[in-house]
Write a protein that binds this ligand. Structure first.
Ligand SMILES: [Zn+2]
Ligand SMILES: [Zn+2]
Length: 166
């Protein structure tokens, strides 16, 4: 019988295989953001965010109810029409929770980047700017033209993940 050979394990000492499977930093943090999103408590949309500076994770957040309040997945979403579209008003957004966690634990996020599974909304963009975060990497679309407009006006870099890699 052939011994099992895990293709992800490089035993050649050349580390060639390892280099191929090793994600870039952007990919690494974005993958973590997607993992964080799995903790979301709102069945409408699962969003995850990771705040990073100098290749170190400072805080993470996912969309969910404020502490001690019932979860959407248990009591249903609190839907209201805001700016012409239906949205769940029960939850704090992933980006907001990541910034709040930083405040709660006394961690400065000035000069950091935020990796989010979705394009941040207008409110989140404003909070990100005032928290001193300088760069947003987002993966999926949650198109909000006004949020993009404001980000550009405020000098906040919005980088769509994967857009430069074709
Ligand atoms: Zn909800
Ligand atoms: Zn938001």
């Amino acid at each position: 019988m052939e011994p099992f050979k895990d293709p992800a394990v490089d035993t050649s000492n050349s580390h060639e295989t390892l280099k191929k499977v090793r994600p870039s930093w952007d990919e690494y943090f974005m993958r973590i953001a997607h993992e964080v999103a799995t903790r979301s408590t709102c069945p409408r949309l699962a969003v995850g965010a990771v705040v990073v500076r100098d290749k170190r994770i400072l805080t993470t957040g996912y969309n969910g109810s404020p502490s001690g309040m019932p979860h959407c997945e248990d009591v249903g979403c609190l839907i209201r029409i805001v700016d012409g579209r239906e949205s769940c008003q029960r939850t704090l957004h992933a980006e907001q929770n990541a910034i709040i966690q930083a405040a709660y634990h006394g961690v400065s996020v000035t000069g950091a980047s935020i990796y989010s599974t979705h394009q941040p909304c207008l409110m989140c963009v404003k909070m990100i700017m005032n928290a001193g975060i300088e760069e947003v990497h987002y993966s999926g679309g949650y198109p909000d033209p006004l949020a993009m407009e404001l980000a550009t006006e405020g000098g906040l870099a919005m980088v769509r993940f994967g857009a430069t890699e074709g």
